[in-house]
Design a protein around this ligand. Structure first.
Ligand code: NAP
Length: 247
């Protein structure tokens, strides 16, 4: 683990792949001790932890389905025992399958709400009693919420809930010095976005922002690094869209 007392501890949910993995790399470079959460990609999470430790930082992987309150409680217990009290919680874990509302199965509805909404709820509730004063929470919304494209009804509804949690929870933590913000990325080149799209569809999305490209995971990791930094101390209860200007 290479734990040092000086390192602040960050949990990044869904950090085995995609945006979460890049956030973990970036926060490790910023000096954080990292808890790399995953649900099923153990190999990827362990490889990332090995990579982070190579550069001298403390890092552990923690398996937990964020949709399970018991898993989330155990995750916090493990992180506190192995790394110390949590300073930054990044609620990145999420799923997206686009389909017209009329064709959405009960199972897809439940899975999307369980991971994106209940998952964020579970970690926020646990964080409320465990985080010390002066911490940072970053939730994950999506710019999809502003675009209202067909097929996104269920996914957007989950992200609307996450934005509501963000605004209200920031106020409920009054007096604790903990900021609660959300990042709302536009299209980012990860499997969540790319899977199931034709090259033509991907090209269309990449032309939508005035900066004329897809976001990359490190574009989003940089925003999260800012929100957990001392410089963002006066930013609270906000949703920050990072999307190349798409909306
Ligand atoms: P991704 O590449 O599909 O990665 C998703 C991550 O979430 C994986 O590490 C996965 O781990 C984890 N995960 C899934 N279900 C989980 C669960 N129940 N418990 C714990 N971890 C779980 O997705 P991404 O593109 O990086 O997306 C990250 C976040 O950004 C999501 O909240 C997404 O909604 C948001 N976002 C993405 C885009 C985009 O275009 N990519 C745009 C806007 C917002 P396992 O493999 O171990 O399950």
């Amino acid at each position: 683990m290479n734990q040092t007392d000086k390192q602040r501890v960050a949990i990044v949910t869904g950090a085995s792949r995609g945006i979460g993995a890049e956030i973990a790399r970036r926060l490790a470079r910023e000096g954080f001790a990292l808890a790399v959460n995953y649900a099923s990609s153990a190999k990827e999470a362990d490889a990332l932890v090995a990579e982070l430790r190579e550069t001298g930082g403390a890092a552990i992987s923690v398996k937990a389905d964020v949709a399970s309150a018991d898993d989330v409680r155990r995750m916090f217990e493990t992180v506190e025992a192995q790394l110390g009290p949590v300073y930054a919680l990044v609620n990145n874990a999420g799923v997206m399958k686009t389909t017209p509302l009329a064709d959405t199965s009960d199972a897809l509805y439940d899975q999307t709400f369980d991971i994106n909404v209940r998952g964020t709820f579970n970690t926020l509730r646990e964080a409320a009693s465990r985080m010390k004063n002066g911490g940072r929470i970053v939730n994950f919304s999506s710019t999809a919420l502003a675009l209202n494209l067909p097929g996104y009804a269920i996914y957007n509804a989950t992200k609307a809930a996450v934005e509501s949690f963000t605004h209200v929870f920031a106020k409920e933590l009054r007096g604790r010095g903990i900021t609660v913000n959300a990042v709302a990325p536009g299209p980012v080149a990860t499997s969540l976005f790319l899977e199931g799209k034709t090259d033509e569809q991907t090209a269309t999305f990449s032309k939508m922002p005035p900066l004329e490209r897809l976001g990359q995971p490190d574009d989003i990791a940089a925003v999260v690094a800012f929100l957990v930094s001392a410089d963002a101390g006066w930013v609270n209860g906000q949703v920050l869209r990072a999307n190349g200007g798409i909306a």
